[in-house]
Design a protein around this ligand. Structure first.
Ligand code: PNS
Length: 164
């Protein structure tokens, strides 16, 4: 990886099942700081999500259509390997509340031990999104609740079409 040439490219990794307004908020903040952001959807072959990786990719692309410095990809395997292959020296993660920190702290140290020249940068979400999580959105949607204040419009439409 050539850090000097790509120091302004940052990866924003996650499961994004689905992409929420909290994710969008973090992305908006990060793209003010970095030149280019690649949203990187982690694919777990053995884990069946609500949306397939392809569906997540298409939905996120619809949500970032006006953001010229944002691209969307997916990856399988180690995040740091994908970051190195992309030429990203920075990983973006969002923090909603203190309880997020324990997991994030361990993940950032693990990633740093694997690849010391990749740093994790944390952005704090807006207070109004601090309680949104993808799992809560899936659960509310499953029972027919109104998810429109939690997710961008294209995601809300897709969620409704998944209801049984
Ligand atoms: O949105 P999430 O589920 O909190 O994101 C977690 C994610 C996908 C970033 C993390 O599980 C990940 O990086 N997975 C890829 C495999 C990997 O590199 N694991 C080691 C990191 S501790």
């Amino acid at each position: 990886m050539n850090k000097s040439n790509n120091s302004r490219l940052a990866l924003y990794p996650g499961s994004f099942d689905p992409f929420t307004l909290g994710h969008l908020d973090i992305l908006e903040r990060a793209r003010q700081v970095f030149d280019r952001i690649e949203v990187a959807i982690a694919v777990h072959a053995e884990k069946q999500g609500l949306f397939s990786p392809e569906e997540r990719c298409e939905l996120i692309k619809k949500c970032v259509v006006d953001m010229s410095n944002v691209s969307v990809t997916s990856f399988e395997g180690l995040l740091v390997d994908h970051a190195s292959a992309s030429g990203a020296a920075v990983l973006i993660r969002g923090l909603r509340q203190v309880s997020d920190f324990d997991y994030e702290f361990r993940m950032a140290f693990a990633n740093r031990r694997l690849t010391p020249d990749i740093d994790t940068v944390f952005f704090m979400t807006s207070e109004k999104h601090a309680l949104i999580s993808a799992s809560i959105v899936r659960e509310i949607n499953q029972w027919g609740g109104d998810i429109s204040s939690f997710v961008p419009v294209p995601v809300a439409r897709a969620l409704i079409s998944k209801r049984r």
